[in-house]
Write a protein that binds this ligand. Structure first.
Ligand SMILES: [Zn+2]
Length: 323
């Protein structure tokens, strides 16, 4: 998916450069009609650039090319002003002046320009189901929203615990699949403790690492599985559910339990992904006991297996109610 998005982006950048060229030649023709003199200066400048490149290649002294260039540029700019144009009317126009719309910077080591990185990240987020959540990341993770008061049963404050959870989950996403708990992560806790936010942060890092990531509400995941079960049309979504590098399921336990099918389908999903060695990250309001009651021991034992799953429990008070 990353490959396709990147190819698409590159071809858009190429189209942008063609558009820049088209605009430049159109402007130039327009100016030349009004002032043939500026046209001649532009030609002269082009000649100068070519001949200085030739001299450089053959190792000859290039003389005072810079001075000549500056003089020509000055004449072009004043000429433009004299016929009522802005002095930089014939300067190259770029959407991104840093990479000049190539999408890459640096020599000899070429790196993706920030403009392309931003756009790539935005599109990857959209594909992963994270639209509009691009700002939620470990960089914007604000510990100060969590109360700094002691929670007696924790022996620390909610903020201190969140600090630990932030580092622990970050470590996991930075190293997956080279982690002990390679089956995934379970984020448990009541509403408003920051589980969904944390999930988005985790997804973001995985995406930036080039992984194929999908994030769904539990409800949506159930819908995909049911569609695939009842018709062939839903199969491609189902393949993605089974095969993406990391699958994130938000609000596990809020989907309706439809006869026995829901439990069986989730079991199959978890089982199949484990077989393929692909991780799941769940967030849930359910306690371990609730998980067992709702999904049977078969599912719960896999999700709660601390040898293969990173179990994170968020405790404290609802931060959304704090004003
Ligand atoms: Zn750029």
């Amino acid at each position: 998916m990353r490959r396709e998005i990147l190819d698409q982006l590159r071809s858009e950048y190429e189209a942008q450069r063609r558009e820049n060229d088209r605009l430049f030649f159109a402007r130039r023709a327009e100016v030349e009609q009004k002032s043939p003199e500026i046209g001649r200066l532009m030609d002269g400048r082009q000649q100068l650039i070519f001949s200085s490149i030739r001299s450089m290649i053959s190792g000859q002294h290039t003389g005072d090319v810079e001075e000549q260039m500056a003089e020509m540029n000055r004449k072009i700019r004043t000429g433009l002003q004299e016929i009522g144009y802005s002095p930089d009317y014939l300067e190259p126009q770029y959407r991104c002046p840093i990479c000049q719309d190539t999408g890459y910077v640096g020599d000899p080591v070429r790196e993706m320009c920030q403009c392309m990185q931003r756009e790539l990240s935005r599109r990857l987020c959209r594909e992963a189901g994270l639209s509009g959540q691009e700002e939620q990341s470990y960089e914007t993770f604000d510990l100060s929203v969590f109360p700094d008061t002691q929670i007696p049963q924790l022996g620390m404050t909610q903020r201190e615990e969140m600090d630990y959870i932030r580092d622990r989950t970050l470590q996991w996403v930075q190293h997956y699949p080279d982690v002990r708990e390679a089956s995934g992560v379970l984020l448990c806790g009541a509403s408003g403790l920051g589980k969904t936010f944390l999930m988005h942060c985790m997804a973001k890092v995985l995406l930036d690492r080039g992984m194929q990531v999908m994030i769904f509400s539990s409800f949506k995941a159930q819908d995909i599985m049911r569609k695939a079960y009842f018709s062939r049309d839903g199969q491609s979504d189902m393949d993605m559910l089974l095969d993406c590098d990391v699958l994130l399921i938000d609000d596990f336990g809020t989907e309706p339990l439809l006869d026995n099918v829901t439990v069986t389908q989730f079991f199959n999903l978890i089982n199949e992904r484990q077989t393929r060695r692909k991780a799941c990250i769940f967030s849930t309001n359910l306690t371990p006991k609730n998980l067992r009651d709702r999904y049977t021991e078969r599912i719960a034992s896999r999700m709660l297996d601390a040898r293969s799953m990173l179990l994170i429990e968020l405790r404290g008070e609802d931060v959304r109610r704090r004003a």
